[in-house]
Design a protein around this ligand. Structure first.
Ligand code: K1U
Ligand code: ZN
Length: 173
């Protein structure tokens, strides 16, 4: 397992549409293991493969709060049903470091996907899991949570990120 570099906005790679996976084989499992290690190290509660520069439709999530890790793996996820009611969560993103904003999304969704063992599965998600799945599925379409905000809020965050990057570059050099 390896910790990979997480791409950050405005890296154009994050805007790519990810490709379907043919089969969950050992190479995809190895990718998912690296993604989990990268996500735990960050730390975060979800990660899409495109965030480490791999344009494949692969997501990992772990919402467990206790010591015991409970990873979830979603390959080629598809939303089959989503509720009409929305929920608002303050979202963050490892590709938009240090920035948080409230985003409205359907509060429940049913998702089909392939699991770690290439088995077809379906899941009904609600609460933070529903939010996180939809946030990660956005990444597969090249969408970031800041794209759901008003132009004003988005520009504010993008400018803050750019300032943050300049400060960091000065410290590192
Ligand atoms: O970059 C990502 O896609 C991961 C992102 C997932 C997410 C968070 C909140 C709402 C929707 C999706 C994160 O994990 S940001 C970091 C974070 O939320 C967190 C970090 C440590 C402990 C608890 C939460
Ligand atoms: Zn994200």
């Amino acid at each position: 397992m390896a910790i990979r570099k997480i791409l950050t906005e405005p890296d154009p790679f994050l805007r790519q549409i990810s490709h379907e996976v043919e089969k969950v084989d050992d190479r995809i499992r190895s990718l998912m293991n690296d993604m989990l290690e990268t996500m735990y190290a960050a730390p975060g509660i979800g990660l899409a493969a495109i965030q480490i520069g791999i344009p494949k439709r692969v997501i990992v999530i772990d919402l467990s709060k206790e010591e015991k890790k409970t990873p979830m793996y979603f390959v080629n996820p598809k939303v089959i049903v989503k509720s009409k009611n929305n929920a608002t969560y303050e979202e963050g993103c490892l590709s938009v470091p240090g920035q948080f904003a409230e985003v409205d999304r359907p509060d429940q969704c049913n998702v089909s996907y392939l699991d770690y063992n290439n088995q077809k599965k379906e899941l009904r998600a609600e609460g933070l899991l529903a939010t996180c799945i939809q946030h990660e599925m956005d990444h597969l379409e090249g969408i970031l949570f800041i794209d759901h905000l008003s132009k004003l809020k988005k520009n504010y965050i993008v400018k803050k990120l750019s300032k943050q990057k300049k400060v960091l570059e000065r410290i590192v050099v």
